[in-house]
Design a protein around this ligand. Sequence first.
Ligand code: ADP
Ligand code: MG
Ligand code: MG
Length: 911
Amino acid sequence: MAVQETVERKYVYDFAEGNKDLKDLLGGKGANLAEMTNLGLPVPPGFTITTEACQEYLATGREPDGLADQVAAHLAALERAMGRCLGDPDDPLLVSVRSGAKFSMPGMMETVLNVGLNDRSVVGLARQAAGSGEQADPAGADRFAWDSYRRLIQMFGKTVCEVPGEEFEHALDDVKRARGIRDDVELDADDLRGLVDAYKKIFRKHTGRDFPQEPREQLDLAVRAVFDSWNAERAVLYRRQERIPASLGTAVNVVAMVFGNLGPDSGTGVAFTRDPASGAQGIYGDYLANAQGEDVVAGIRNTIPLQELERLDKRSYDELLDIMARLERHYRDLCDIEFTIERGKLWMLQTRVGKRTAAAAFVIAGQLVDEGLIDLDEALHRVNGAQLAQLMFPRFQLDHEFQAVARGIGASPGAAVGQVVFTSARAVELAAEGKRVILVRRETNPDDLQGMIAAQGILTSRGGKTSHAAVVARGMGKTCVSGADALEVDVPARRFTVAGQTVAEGDVVSIDGTTGNIYLGEVPVMPSEVVQYFEGTLDPERTDDALVRAVHRIMGHADQRRRLAVRANADTGADAARARRFGAQGIGLCRTEHMFLGERRELVERLILARTDDEREKALAALLPLQRADFVEIFREMDGLPVTVRLIDPPLHEFLPPLEQLAVNVAVAQERGEDVAQEEALLAAVRRMHEENPMLGLRGVRLGLVIPGLFAMQVRAITEAAVQCARDGVTARPEIMVPLVGAVQELETVRAEAERIIAEVVGGSGVEVLIGTMIEVPRAALTAGQIAEAAQFFSFGTNDLTQMGWGFSRDDVEGAFFWRYLELGIFGISPFESLDRDGVGRLVRIAAEEGRAARPDLKLGVCGEHGGDPDSVHFFHEVGLDYVSCSPFRVPVARLEAGRAAVETTGSDSR
Ligand code: ADP
Ligand code: MG
Ligand code: MG
């Protein structure tokens, strides 16, 4: 009977069937293993189970139909290719079961090596190892086989069956102590056989069953464990941090084992095609002889620099360098690589476009342009604003008495100062108290993630540039020094010793993630070169600083490509000047409230307490020249560029003394029999003006409509300042912005008066003043078509628009419940940090479209803090705004992101 061919989903791909562009389906690791296979590189054969299979498993709680059969078919093909059967007692094929999601999640997912070993095949493996070597070494082969078996039980127990890892560690330590040895490699076959027994007992104790002997069952359980690990707590946490969607799932790779632990002519290593810290060209990597993969990445044993492999095994070394060059040309980017040498034969186990520091990202992008591998658009695409922001952090200033007490590996750059802590929990605790801490560990593991997030920096005594600590810290943009082996770290005692000194929990250290230097005490910090470049004190044409040259070049391209202009929020001449140096093309928000503070407070009091028009006008007349002088200063700095001035926005009582204080003053003065008429009037005014919800009270345009002459005075001060500048040959381009408008009628009223004053003041000076409004009340966004009739420009006040759109006030909610909302995934990032596209963004879009429809030449900008947020900048580009405005320091970030937004087409994948 013919079996009906149903169209079954393909869940399993042989490496030869995939390629690097199938990351969604095969995960990053699987897609790249496929790519390398098809490039003809020496990759052990294997296959990949798709992310779709994982998604179905996670949705239904069971493996999808057909998966088991497809795995069986691909396993059979693998067995044929290898000439061995999985777990065969005489001549076993072993495999690794490796997770691999679309985006690399270091240490988050689990890998099990040596699957297929059991009580019988371990003997076969020993025979295999003894037989295939050039000089037969049965003792070594025995040792190797039992070592592989105990590793399987350990990894399988830990990752598949949740047996606590320490129990295995302790059993291992016990054997080592009993035998008086330090290094795992010194254990002999008998020790390891004993260890296997001990491990099996531990396994049984925790799982209530014997370690599974059936190879296919081992395989299936391991695959399922990889699926499950997608939802492990720390994987979820990492995804949230990195904003990786939870729906992607992971692929699973099943790969024929090759062995780096077969003796001194074997080993395992990791390599980068360029320095992932600085971007410098060269050979960067770590190698460990006679070891299995895990040992290098875990940073358990100290590795040797990759260059020394040349001495140990020149043939493999040359082949590796050749492959690295090929991969870099093929991927047109820095690649990172995992490889293993089995008895002189090189195997490639992984490659991917490597993570890098912010500095390396710029330097490498520049180099690849020089090498003709990519163009400037691509270079711009490969860097981002978050990286640029990192490069603007200050660095250590070392022209002092500071002497490094030790030096580790500069694993992730930056200058971090803080109190030493030794556990993740303590780091979290102290950080919550607002303390700066440095997390010190021998090495980190995924359980330290929270502490790493909480710390300013991470310091480890073990591990290379590719250890867990290094990789994760780089991903987070956290300072990290790893492998500082001069440190004796004693975690239980909460201290470390270095160069004869003891550093206890709470002592301050400074670590430099660029040089790897460690200092006791607090080292002062200085501004970064990149900031000096933006400040104009470091000439990019003359410096030999590769980073500054690369930043200069890529920024230049961003400026050329971007459509969005970038302005700054600045309230003073000094801020305006800095903004201009940083490339601001105007001021998008000049707030005027600070102009009512200090000694001017008294004038505001008089204004509020005025009983007659005359008194009020006198107070305003006194404020006018002061305001005018402020504006003159700013206009001078921004000569030729637009300056958007927001009329006074906060409720006036913010300028009065607090109620309680006044009440006490009045009571005390009365007691003394003093004349308190003035204070009493003030007190009454404060009582009168008290608001339950000031954010939704008498502020912005409402204030302007209620207090006669206030806005008029400001408009006059702005216009007179502009005219005065014009007389001095300075071109002032004021844009008067009315805050908190919700209805066109509000704006029309203010506008009528303002236009009268402007016409009167401007005279024949040639000064032009625009009048526009902020869009920050949802009603304004929804009636933008009407409002545009009365406004020459809109500036989106996305802070208030977010507050009023969501109906919560930032000051109240960020501490109160945002953590819970983030935890529940209600939002992936605070809507105050990055614009909520779906809700608040929709308001922006509607207002932009309807505003422009009513007035085609309407200028559109944004002046909320979102103007300096990379993601939000892309959104504002898409919506078609004319400019973004952000704090002066964020201006370069916004310029860069505006450029990236312009060159990027859809579906970018630059994570
Ligand atoms: P991770 O994603 O944490 O790097 P991997 O799946 O790459 O996990 O595996 C962990 C370690 O085991 C790596 O060092 C890797 O090179 C090694 N490894 C994985 N598969 C094999 C294999 N088939 N043979 C030998 N070593 C392997
Ligand atoms: Mg790996
Ligand atoms: Mg506002």
